[in-house]
Ligand binder design. Sequence first.
Ligand code: XIL
Length: 400
Amino acid sequence: MRTTGFVAAALAGPGAVLGQLNQLAKDAGLMYFGTAFSPSDVNDAAYYKIESDVRNFGQITPDNAQKWDATEPSRGRFSYGAADSIIARATANKQIMRCHTLVWYSQLPGWGKSLPSPEYSARSGVLFSGTGLLTRRALVTSGSWTKETMTSVMESHISNVMTHFKGKCYAWDVVNEALEDNGTYRQNPFLKALGDSYFAMAFKKAAATDPGTKLYYNDYNLEYFPVKADGAVRIAKLVQAAGVPIHGIGLQAHMSVGRTPTRENLTWTLNKYTALGLDVAYTELDVRIKTMPSNATTLQAQAKEYEWIVGSCLDVPRCVGVTVWGFGDAHSWIPSTFPGAGDSNLFDKQSRPKPAYSSVSALLASASGKRPPWGSTPATTLATTVASATAAPAPTAAAA
Ligand code: XIL
């Protein structure tokens, strides 16, 4: 039955479950269990064999191929080859797409000026490395963006990119990481030129371009920084108040062992978002280990924390699914971005399942049939409309 070559011995221990995550997630009432995809994944045969099997991963997010620097490397010149080939593979594998991302301060093209990388946010401890970084400042310091030119640049980007991928994306992360950890708006070039009106403008253009896709606000630390969570609520309400559709909040869930909130706390937070009539999804899950090398104790703690996160999604009827930001420790963005940390994924460097894989699959298996199949109830119907996104808030779960 199993074709992915998982090693049963690696899941030693009573109660260990062998199962395929997407299949188990669907049986438990989620829409999908997914992963980020990088074009280099195909060079690792064992890894790609797991990744390309829809029973393991029913949803794919391109890790970099749809970002602004990849899709519009110079103004008005669009390039989609890398993302197209990812989508072609996913489609052949019967995997759906979450598309990522349209309006983000990072991985913007330089458009004239480049500054040294990486960019480091001292307050959040989040380090972003990668290509084309620091163009946020390049754009800001260029001083040439007016309300009109930024409107035109942003709307043109959204409409060109979304038109190209129209009909292929289950969801789009329309705006990414627009908040500081203290809940204030990040000083990005969009805010600077347009003020907070850029949120509704971006979602409006997105909805007009591809009315069939779910439109998300996506960010990190929305899971456990209450003021930042309030910031996401504020953004969603701004968009809704403008009469513009927003369908979901994406929680990146780049977690760190020892800092992950409990399942109950996560569920409480997710309910804050769904009370606005929105879906929620975990969009970039990994749980890094800060003290390397990892050991049996830290791997067990990690397994428990993965279980809390996936469990909280099961607890919230409008939690659509869980996407991990890669699933093998050899393929992680963490070591280069958070120096000293690592082993953040469900599988080890040789693509063998870790305790976290075992705990997540056991949890999903135990939840089989406890939620109705995704899409079978009004709250989870795929045809969520603007009307439902702006409906009167549903009752929230009682605060802890
Ligand atoms: C990361 C990629 O995985 C890296 O390859 C790249 O160097 C930097 O970006 N939040 C996001 C993702 O929304 O797009 C980021 O992806 C990780 C943090």
